[in-house]
Design a protein. Structure first.
Length: 337
C-alpha cells in the first residue's frame, strides 16, 4: 500500500524556486554579506567556480542573522574557493579511471554506481564531485541498454547504486522505467539510492515516487546525506515516515566538515536524532581533497580525536564508521584511531 502524502506543491516547482544568488540568500537571512569572510567580493568569486543553488525548505532551517549558521556555511560561496592548495585536486577519487560507460562507475566488485542525473537540488560547496564532467557522463535513456549489457557481463554485481548529482533530481517516470529494466536481471538483489534531495526538499517523497518504490522486487536502501542535526526538520520527519511505511531501509552518511560538525557533541546529537526517526548512522567520511574546498578539511589527528570522543559518548550501534575513500582501494578504508 502506498503511504498517504499531503501534496500541496510539486518538488520540481520547489526546485525552480531555489535561490541562485548568494546576496539574495544573505538578504533573506538578514545577514550583512560584509560580515562574511571575503565580503561581497568573496561571494562573487566563489560563485564563478560553482554556482549557488539553495532551495527554500533548506533555507527555512537556517538561523536568521547568523553568518556562522552550519547549514548556511555548507552552501554559501566564499572567496577561499579560488585558492589553489597543494593536494586538493579536481578528481580526488580518480573516478574517471572507473568509468567504462557514460553514467556508470564500477569501482567495487559487487556494486556499480549509475549517475542518473548530473543535477542536484542544492550545491554543497564541499562536494567531491563539484568538478565532475556530468555533461558527458550522465545516463541517457538510450544508454540504459549498454548498462544492462555491461551488468550481464559482470554477474558478481548484485547491487546498483543510483547516484549523481542527485538521483532523485530525475523524474519518477524515468526512474521507474530504469528500475523495471534492472529488475529483469536476476543477479540484482538491491537498489541503493544516495540522495540529499529529501533533506533539502522533503516533498520529493511524494506519491509518484512511492508508487514505483512500493512495486519493485529489489530491496530498496536509501542513504541520506545529513551532516548536522539542524537539517532534520518537521517536513523531513514526515517524509521519513512515508519512506519507512513504504519499507525503505534508511541509512545516513555525513562528511566531517570544519566549522560545521567537527565536534563530538554535534555528531552525537545527529546520531540520536537520526535513530529517533528510524535512520541508522552509516558512514562518517573524512574529507575528500577536492579543489576549491580546502577550508572544510580536518586533519586526521583531529578526526581521530573527535571520533574517540564520539565512541565514548554513544552506544556502538549509533556510531557511524569513520572512513576514507582512497582511489585505488577495493572498499572504503576505516580510519584507525
Ligand atoms: S552530489 Fe550531493 S554533496 Fe554534491 S552538490 Fe549534490 S547534493 Fe551536494
Amino acid at each position: 500500500m502506498i503511504p498517504k502524502t499531503s501534496e500541496t506543491h510539486h518538488w520540481s516547482d520547489e526546485l525552480k524556486r531555489a535561490l541562485v544568488d548568494p546576496l539574495s540568500l544573505c538578504q533573506q537571512l538578514n545577514i550583512n554579506p560584509q560580515q562574511l569572510p571575503g565580503g561581497i567580493e568573496g561571494l562573487k568569486k566563489g560563485q564563478q567556480l560553482f554556482k549557488t543553488l539553495v532551495p527554500q525548505p533548506f533555507i527555512k532551517l537556517m538561523q536568521q542573522g547568523n553568518p556562522r549558521d552550519p547549514l548556511l556555511l555548507q552552501v554559501l560561496p566564499l572567496g577561499a574557493e579560488n585558492q589553489a592548495v597543494t593536494g586538493f585536486v579536481t578528481d580526488p577519487l580518480q573516478e574517471s579511471k572507473y568509468n567504462p560507460l557514460p553514467g556508470l562507475i564500477h569501482k567495487y566488485t559487487s556494486r556499480v554506481l549509475l549517475t542518473t542525473s548530473g543535477a542536484c537540488a542544492v550545491n554543497c560547496r564541499y562536494c567531491f564531485r563539484r568538478h565532475f564532467p556530468y555533461a558527458q557522463n550522465s545516463l541517457s535513456s538510450s544508454g540504459s541498454q549498454a548498462i544492462l549489457d555491461y551488468l550481464q557481463k559482470h554477474p558478481k554485481v548484485n547491487e546498483v547504486i543510483f547516484s549523481g548529482g542527485d538521483p532523485l533530481a530525475t523524474p519518477d517516470t524515468r526512474l521507474a522505467t530504469l528500475v523495471k529494466q534492472l529488475e529483469s536481471l536476476p543477479q540484482l538483489k538491491r537498489l541503493r539510492i544516495h540522495t540529499r534531495l529529501p533533506v533539502v526538499i522533503p516533498s520529493r517523497i511524494n506519491t509518484e515516487f512511492l508508487n514505483w518504490v512500493t512495486k519493485t522486487r529489489l530491496t530498496l536502501v536509501m542513504v541520506l546525506h545529513i551532516n548536522h542535526p539542524q537539517e532534520i526538520g518537521a517536513e523531513l520527519i514526515q517524509a521519513l515516515g512515508r519512506l519507512k511505511s513504504a519499507g525503505v531501509r534508511l541509512l545516513n552518511q555525513s562528511v566531517l566538515l570544519a566549522g560545521i560538525n567537527d565536534q563530538a557533541s554535534i555528531l552525537a546529537e545527529l546520531s540520536e536524532a537520526l535513530f529517533t526517526q528510524g535512520v541508522m548512522p552509516y558512514y562518517l567520511h573524512t574529507f575528500d581533497p577536492v579543489a576549491g574546498a580546502a577550508h572544510f578539511a580536518i586533519d586526521d589527528k583531529q578526526a581521530r580525536q573527535i571520533y574517540a570522543e564520539l565512541l565514548a559518548e554513544l552506544p556502538g550501534f549509533l556510531v557511524p564508521k569513520l572512513v576514507r575513500e582512497y582511489p585505488n582501494q577495493p572498499a572504503k578504508t576505516p580510519l584507525g584511531w
